[in-house]
Design a protein around this ligand. Structure first.
Ligand code: PLP
Length: 368
């Protein structure tokens, strides 16, 4: 048996969901899938689209996704994956070569990153960002670079903090990535939940940097189809060709039905934009209320999570989550699963009905 797998403890965020509680744990929008996405699946089924798809995913879907969100990439530089989850896994599998390889993970981080890296036999080098507004600074990053560094994962907007980088900060980071050749994996599953002026790394890289960058995204969060499992990886053709091999070995191909549904979902902006505004409003509302209550949190400006400090209320993350679920039937995620330094934080998910966020604020007010 694989010893690393035996030793791996699954830190699934879903385990914090509890029956009969208001659920502010999971990053899964409470609105339903777009109607045209459902219709796409139904029509595809009636049209007998029930055979294998291609290993890289349907060409029309790759074309539509790339031209809409990553115009720097040709459809041949895109592979469709089983959600961003599989995209992250095969990307790391493709770049890790031996067990001295190091991948930099910025804390607080989405738990799967460190676990996958460890499972694949490499070393996750955890770099804490707390002392620098929860962003990586060039000076700090340089301290952690070794001749074993093969890559870095940047999750923007970040789960759990919502932090994004400014254009200037990105240009600085690009200078460093030009100097120090390493793969830069950018997980953008929350990119839809950013302000109008947000610029993705994809819009800033030239042909040379394109050799190093790998973008992972999905329609799970942006189009409320977490269950369709439609994700994308975009990179240069050499990396994509290796990812195709992995896709072939791991999934064979994705369901054509769900890809057709996903493709239909991309045709409409009205509903995803409505959802985006709603969840961003929820997030801003919670941040404003925390300001008023003088409770510290990470001032993110993207995504739909708020990472809230608990020690000012005399509780650590587990004390807070237990109190909230047992006494108030409200579930949130303890900070420690995002990194060992975060035992005084909880993550609150705002992709819920605003009434649930209001209830959470009422309880905070009662406790203060
Ligand atoms: C940062 C991050 N990356 C990837 C994923 C996985 O996304 P998907 O549902 O498309 O597999 C999640 C899910 O919560 C996430 O938060």
């Amino acid at each position: 048996m694989n010893e690393k797998l035996n030793n791996l403890v699954l830190h699934s965020i879903r385990q914090y969901r509890k029956p009969n509680t208001l659920d502010l744990t999971v990053g899964e929008g409470h609105f339903q899938a777009p109607f045209n996405a459902k219709l796409g699946v139904y029509e595809a089924l009636l049209m007998n689209q029930t055979k294998y798809s291609t290993i890289s995913g349907e060409e029309s879907l790759r074309k539509k996704f790339a031209s809409k969100y990553y115009s720097q990439y040709d459809y041949e530089e895109v592979v469709v994956t089983n959600g961003a989850t599989q995209g992250i896994f095969i990307t790391l599998m493709a770049i890790i070569n031996n067990n001295s390889d190091e991948i930099i993970v910025l804390a607080p981080y989405y738990p799967a990153y460190a676990q996958i890296i460890t499972l694949l036999g490499a070393k996750p080098v955890i770099v804490d960002t707390k002392d620098h507004d929860f962003k990586i600074s060039i000076t700090k990053l340089k301290e952690y670079l070794t001749h074993n560094t093969v890559g870095i994962i940047i999750n923007e907007p970040c789960n759990p903090t919502g932090v994004t980088y400014t254009l200037e900060e990105k240009l600085e980071l690009l200078k460093l990535f030009r100097e120090h050749k390493m793969y830069v994996i950018v997980d953008e599953v929350y990119r839809a939940y950013t302000n109008e002026d947000h610029v993705s790394f994809a819009e800033l890289i030239d042909l040379k940097l394109k050799e190093q960058f790998i973008f992972v995204n999905s329609l799970s969060k942006s189009h409320l189809i977490t269950g369709f499992r439609v994700g994308f990886v975009l990179s240069n053709k050499q990396i994509i060709s290796n990812l195709q091999k992995l896709n072939w070995m791991i999934i064979g191909s994705l369901s054509k039905l769900l890809q057709e549904g996903a493709s239909n979902a991309l045709d409409d902006d009205y509903y995803p934009n409505f959802v985006k505004r709603y969840y961003i409003n929820n997030t801003r509302y919670l941040q404003d209320e925390l300001d008023e209550l003088n409770i510290d949190y990470v001032k993110g400006n993207g995504g739909y999570y708020v990472f809230v400090r608990t020690d000012q209320m005399g509780l650590d993350d587990e004390g807070f989550t237990n109190l909230f679920s047992e006494k108030y039937q409200l579930a949130v995620v303890p900070g420690r699963i995002f990194g060992e330094n975060y035992q005084n934080y909880v993550r609150v998910s705002c992709c819920r009905d605003v009434k649930d966020i209001i209830r959470f604020v009422e309880v905070l007010r009662e406790l203060k």
